[in-house]
Design a binder for this molecule. Structure first.
Ligand code: FAD
Length: 295
């Protein structure tokens, strides 16, 4: 089914955007894989209209109920890639969804793995985007860092370029669905913790906690789930450090893609995320209406 607007994330920014898009009669789908940062907030008392403090969880559940009552569809799944310029296609671990416009509201980048030397080699053999950089590693020896479904998805993206892929879980057990495990069939798996990423000008390998040394020509990082900046990288969206760059209409540099909330940086609070979501929603509505006029 073709949606008018897909929104990624069911935090305050995504839900607020959907309240406007649904009430403007836009067929709206929200895709999210969990609750985001507010889930951990014990008490919210600095948001408008709350006579008593309320837990982050309660605020989130209220938001979802409010927008579900307006007919917004929900899919619980992890987004791993976004494609398309005429229409947008969102790829999740379990499906593909199309829309005329997209609002990215997936919150701030989740805590990333910390390993000595990792950031030093970013852009020098350490990559966060298999689709962008896989081509540079034809027939090379690759490592991929992670242990979840997103890791499997990225490893699978690298398969056409080389047969030599090792998954480094960094001390974690694999937490993958059976479908994801199928994607990495035949790949080597190293579960030891990594002490240090090593190299000279470019990355050459890693030292494991048991002091063993492993070698690779490139290391792709796909830890936990895809963050806004990783999705943006794959899509060619402009970034300022980890934040997606938007203009005052919350449009990104790709016209049919909007972004709102913590993923665009600035004051990381519910009030600001809600304000961003409202404007991004309004701009996406205008965009879709204009597009439909010209069809
Ligand atoms: C412990 C804590 C306490 C806080 N207390 C307060 C407070 O008292 N007052 C206040 O104003 N703010 C508080 N904040 C900040 C507030 O939670 C954030 O500013 C706000 O939630 C940002 O909203 P958002 O919609 O941009 O992102 P989020 O609320 O983080 O929502 C992001 C959404 O995107 C989804 N998502 C992420 N990646 C993917 C993916 N790859 N695929 C699919 N879905 C994805 C997430 O599951 C989630 O649904 C607190 C934050 C924390 C961590």
């Amino acid at each position: 089914m073709m949606y008018d607007i897909i929104i990624l994330g069911k935090g305050p920014a995504g839900i607020q955007a959907s309240l406007y898009t649904a009430r403007a009669n836009m067929k709206t789908l929200i895709i999210a894989n969990g609750w985001g940062s507010l889930e951990k907030a014990e008490k919210i008392e600095n948001y408008y209209g709350l006579p008593h403090p309320i837990s982050g969880e309660e605020l989130l559940h209220n938001g979802v109920k409010q927008t579900q009552a307006l007919g917004v569809d929900f899919i619980e799944d992890e987004v791993v890639a976004i494609n398309g310029y005429e229409e947008v296609e969102v790829i999740t671990l379990h499906g593909k969804y199309q829309a005329h416009a997209l609002i990215i509201a997936i919150g701030a980048a989740r805590k990333k793995v910390r390993i000595d030397g990792l950031t030093k080699f970013e852009g020098k053999g350490v990559s966060y985007c298999a689709v962008c950089d896989g081509f540079f590693y034809r027939d090379k020896k690759l490592g991929i860092l992670g242990y979840k479904d997103y890791t499997a998805h990225e490893a699978y993206e690298l398969k056409p370029f080389t047969n030599d892929i090792t998954i480094y879980t960094n001390g974690n057990e694999l937490e993958m669905s059976s479908k994801a495990k199928k994607l990495i069939e035949g790949m080597k798996i190293v579960k030891e913790k990594i002490s240090e990423i090593i190299g000279t000008d470019i990355v050459s390998g890693a030292i494991l906690e048991n002091d063993n040394k492993v070698t690779f020509d490139g290391l792709f990082v796909a830890y936990e789930s895809a963050s806004g900046s990783e999705l943006a990288l794959k899509m060619g969206l402009e970034l300022d450090k980890q934040s997606i760059v938007v203009n005052d209409k919350f449009e990104t540099n790709i016209p049919l893609i909007f972004a709102a909330g913590d993923c665009i940086g600035g004051f990381k609070q519910v009030s600001k995320a809600v304000g961003d979501g409202a404007i991004a929603g309004k701009s996406a509505i205008e965009f879709v209406r204009n597009k439909k006029k010209n069809l």
